[in-house]
Design a protein around this ligand. Sequence first.
Ligand SMILES: [Zn+2]
Length: 258
Amino acid sequence: MNRDALPEIDAAILADLERNMADLARLVAIPSVAAQNRGIEECALLVRDLLTERGYRSQIMPTAGNPVVYAEGDGDSERTLLFYNHYDVQPAEPLNLWESEPFTMSRRDGKVFGRGISDDKGHFISRLHALDAVRKVHGGRLPCRVKFVIEGEEEVGSVQMPAFIEANKQLLAADACVWEFGGEDENGRPEQYLGPSGHLLRGALGPHRRHRRALGHGRLHLSERGLAADLGIEHAERSGRADSHPRSLRFGQASLPA
Ligand SMILES: [Zn+2]
């Protein structure tokens, strides 16, 4: 893949837009509010199905709390990109502040509205959509291996994730992790958050890309020491925090050129 492929990828994204909007509407219609214990199983099943429909090997993994959806897809390279997302959402209350039904996706002024679209169902769908487009212009294959870990209790503190990660280190092992969200900066340039602490996976993004300290909260959990150097990750460091991710790598944010 190279930058010359971007117009073709953009065209593929546009061509497939409505299908993905329809999938987003299906996700939004499930009120997967972790704090109210609503819609969780149903939403995990739909997330699994959306992944399976696109050719990923997908499974629902039980935890002591809400299940995690895990999926994998093969690629041309041995390198692995892990996507973290969550399928639970915040409560919709207070309902009187909504201009449309929170669990019915609606469109106004070129925007889509619905509970959880901006955190985190829209991001999940946009990643599926983008990967579909990349695959379409790349001979039906992805350039690298991908993994997805999609949890169901981020909005109540990711209670089960430390134990889940500890129990599934090999399964989750990856060269880099793309955290749950992104957006645009004040100039409308797309941004992708890779983590919280100013570290950048420069080898993957190219040395010309602008970067700055991040606002996000992502981490990449690695199972082997010294991997950062092998991957060309600059400024990588071990997290010294005495928390549940004592061997994690943290990355910063990269702003992609508009
Ligand atoms: Zn979130």
